[in-house]
Ligand binder design. Structure first.
Ligand code: ZN
Length: 113
């Protein structure tokens, strides 16, 4: 159900912005999804296709880019991303940190005609 609400919000957002895009149609929308967001792209795509029927987004393709978890080291304040479960600070090798990003969902690109 989470993804259904998100799909609905994305469709409404793009519909609101559509007149300003000054185009005939939207081919594709690329989303950036944080690893901590708990969003399943397959599920989001399903609801997007269902809910966009009979709208300007009916044949629009969705694509996704994953955003890694972003943290700040609690010792030296270096900002780094958690890749392959590597939790050590690249600067001081400490593994104490605070999460500052990775739960985002944003539209990063749209292809229009
Ligand atoms: Zn550090």
């Amino acid at each position: 159900m989470h993804e259904a609400t998100i799909a609905k919000n994305i469709i409404e957002l793009i519909q609101t912005e559509f007149p300003e895009l000054n185009c005939k149609r939207i081919y594709s929308v690329k989303l950036r999804i944080g690893e901590l967001s708990g969003i399943y792209p397959e599920s989001l795509e399903y609801y997007f296709q269902e809910l966009s029927k009979n709208t300007i987004l009916e044949n629009t393709k969705l694509s996704f880019e994953k955003a890694p978890i972003k943290v700040i080291c609690a010792v030296c304040s270096t900002i780094f991303e958690i890749i392959n479960m590597d939790y050590d600070c690249p600067n001081c090798k400490n593994s104490q940190f605070n999460i500052i990003g990775g739960d985002e969902l944003e539209i990063i690109n749209m292809e229009v005609e």
